[in-house]
Design a protein around this ligand. Sequence first.
Ligand code: SAM
Length: 372
Amino acid sequence: RIAMEVTEGAVTMEVPEQSGEGIEDAVFFNTEQELNRDLTVAALRAYRDREPRAETYLDATCASGIRGVRAAADGWDATLVDRDPAAVELAETNLARNDANGDVLHDDANAVLWDPEDAYDVVDLDPFGTPAPFLDATFANARDMVCVTATDTAPLCGAHFDSGVRKYGTVPRNTEYHAEMGVRVLLSAMARSAARFDVGVTPLLTHATRHYVRTYVDLTHSASAANAAVDELGHVYHCPECLWREHESGLHAARPDVCPNCDGRNLLTAGPIWLGATHDDAFLDAVRGHLDDDMGTRERAADLLDTLGDELDRPTHYDQHKLYGRWSEPAVAMDGFLAALRDAGHAASRTHYGGTTFETDASVAEIRDVAP
Ligand code: SAM
């Protein structure tokens, strides 16, 4: 296939032409993931400041190699893996053309990840669709940080319910905060997988952008840290009729029979999902400080980090348009809306999930009372 050149960050890569016949068989490359990759490079820098002994980076499902090559060009001792021989060849070409040091292995990611002789400080998973089949092998041996991209948003958010249950071993529910449901289902599966190996996860940075979820978790190797992560799991009860919801920590679910707000009887239970924080504010600041002018998405990435930093730490968000739709009233401008909530004594913030989404500690009835 005809190759084209793409410059991203400090590297120039050869990737397959992105349209036309045969594209399905070509080595994968998606220009839309540039934001994800720019943030990866900045997050790796921020992580190295925090954990200076971290040196080795495994791009476990590398395709063209763009992530691993960018990490290698940034000083990481990078290993790139793919089971597709065409991807391996392309990744080797790309490492060489950027004078970046690294190894490319033609292997199954799980075989590499399960090998304790080959443990890596940072492991990055970006397979097609769900990362679930790689999580146990990843947490068995990864030392410091695990980064995961999941593109199977329909199973994650409960729109493909059975698939979500199978892949993530939890109950996802399709609500109007679907991207956040996806984030919390993924983190739940990661926390439970890590706990099998007495490893605790602490989310450093997580974002749901377009059709994927991306998260970076710090690892602590102790049974007590694993217990602490499991303690962050719990359930959300949700009324699809009036959008009332409540969350409860713990692995036992005790959903009310009727919705306390509208007496509806169709309450849903989601969980166990991750109810805890999905990022660390100091880490967000550090990542922001490591964005640079080579990065094509620098401004978007900085905006995203700012929004994440302002986001209230609550497990579910509301969509103002959906609420006003329920109430058969026209929506209002977000700033005035949030100001009304705050004036009434509630905490309220925008979220990165969408332009009309917000987090608040107000109940749906309290929102209704103060909404302009
Ligand atoms: N990280 C790349 C990027 O940023 O452009 C994209 C990776 S692409 C979505 C997924 C890659 O994972 C494909 O090249 C595929 O061959 C590879 N892959 C899928 N399952 C694998 C496995 N079990 N072992 C190794 N590679 C695998």
